[in-house]
Design a protein around this ligand. Structure first.
Ligand code: GUN
Ligand code: ZN
Length: 429
């Protein structure tokens, strides 16, 4: 019989607050412990003083670093097999690479194969929760949720709705988008650890009627998240102005149809106007930074430091396969590099916070995932801070935990992922 209580020993990193506001927020233990009982963290603290439950199985990770599992707040699992497709900007990239691949997801077996492949890759990179776009096909939502449920993962997705400016085999209608999304939501939302996300792809591929229908669905299910893209590329913004001539701006194409709220997730959000930023902040909607995608597709420089200090909620994401990596470590590195181009060096604690607590915050799941604290679900990653020769020789000179972690953030990949725990069980150890 497997033990239901576990004690994990190693270095530990957790957050008492947001390090963008409070440099004292990170909590690091050089010899820490995390106690897990029935899938939930029951205590965490210094190893020598923690109360150890009788019969708990001990997992000693030595000098490795135990943190909350990474949370990828915006990705497209159906784009797994076409990641790293060369040479296009957003609209051509969608038409030439993305849509032909997404058209295959009406085939349930193919959707299942790619969903399984995606979760294998995500877990190998330490990502324990992903928020995905599916395709227009209900089968693609079923495949993702079935695979996540089988693995005990907390996972979110929704049917991607498009009723214009997409190929014939990738278009639904306002009514079918509403009906299919509602049926999928009723089947999956709140089942085990799964959450349904209402998903209009972006304004260029939805008619006002479809946006209105999905706004109505969201109003009927206010506990669901809603995800879409906004202001990723300048050509896209010009197109939105042509398609919605009476809208005040890009955000207004969503706002006017009931698609603005605190549970909204706006991917990219690079070129927002003052009004858009102010309105998003006012309602407390989430911005999702996708740094490897923003460089790969040539979109622009998201202003992490400025938007965080202005009080925005910001999560971090790979945006697979517009993003060029499945790794949230690589994604943190890209966030660092892009912020440097804007004149601010993000601190390693801020990068780790964005990939865990920050993403959990935009998902309204901070009471469940993204941190090491009593009551949190035990989704954990154990990082080897010496995973390659290049990283190890730099980490050997570290004077503190941040100098020890930063080489892994900048140069680490799946080799740095020593163990992953999902719902209190080791699934990669
Ligand atoms: N905008 C609309 N659809 C997409 C997509 O699939 N990827 C990215 N990066 N941007 C989008
Ligand atoms: Zn995207």
């Amino acid at each position: 019989m497997t033990a239901k209580s576990h004690i994990l020993l190693g270095q530990t990193l957790s957050f008492d607050g947001d390090p963008f506001n409070d440099p004292g927020a990170p909590r690091h233990e050089t010899r820490g412990a995390v106690v897990v009982e029935d899938g939930v963290i029951t205590s965490t603290g210094p190893a020598d003083t923690i109360q150890r439950p009788a019969g708990a199985q001990v997992h000693d990770y030595g000098e490795k670093l135990i943190t909350a599992g990474f949370i990828d707040a915006h990705m497209h699992y159906p784009q797994t097999a076409m990641i790293a497709s060369w040479g296009k900007r957003l609209i051509d990239w969608l038409n030439d690479y993305t849509f032909p691949e997404e058209a295959r997801f009406g085939d349930r077996a193919y959707a299942q194969e790619i969903a399984a492949r995606y979760f294998d890759l995500a877990l190998a990179h330490g990502t324990t929760t992903s928020v995905s776009y599916a395709t227009i096909h209900p089968e693609s939502v079923d495949a993702y949720f079935t695979e996540a449920q089988r693995r005990g993962l907390r996972a979110l997705t929704g049917k991607t709705c498009m009723d214009r400016n997409a190929p014939d085999d990738l278009r639904d209608t306002a009514q079918s988008a509403y009906d299919d999304s509602k049926a999928l939501l009723e089947t999956w939302h709140g089942r085990d650890r799964l959450g349904y996300v209402i998903t209009p792809r972006f304004s260029p591929t939805s008619t006002p009627e479809q946006l209105e229908a999905l706004g109505a669905l969201w109003a009927e299910h206010t506990d669901c998240l809603m995800q879409t893209h906004i202001s990723e590329q300048v050509e896209e913004i010009a197109w939105v102005h042509d398609l919605f001539p009476t809208a005040r701006d890009y955000l207004d194409t969503y706002e006017a149809h009931g698609l603005l709220g605190t549970r909204a997730l706006y991917g990219h959000a690079i070129h927002l106007t003052e009004r858009e930023e102010a309105r998003i902040k006012e309602v407390g909607a989430g911005l999702v930074h996708c740094p490897t995608s923003n460089t790969f597709i040539g979109s622009g420089l998201f202003e992490t430091a400025r938007l965080k200090s202005a009080g925005h909620r910001v999560g971090l994401a790979t945006d697979t396969g517009g993003g060029s990596s499945f790794s949230m470590l690589r994604t943190m590195a890209a966030a660092y590099e892009l912020s440097q181009l804007r004149g601010t060096a993000l601190h390693p604690s801020q990068l780790m916070w964005l990939a865990t607590c920050g993403s959990a915050d935009v998902l309204h799941l901070r009471d469940k995932i993204g941190n090491l604290a009593p009551g949190m679900e035990a989704d954990l990653v154990v990082l080897d801070l010496h995973s390659t020769a290049a990283i190890a020789q730099r980490a050997a000179r570290a004077n503190d935990i941040w100098e020890a972690v930063f080489p892994t953030i900048m140069m680490g990949d799946d080799r740095a992922i020593s163990a992953v725990w999902v719902g209190g069980r080791p699934c990669l150890d």
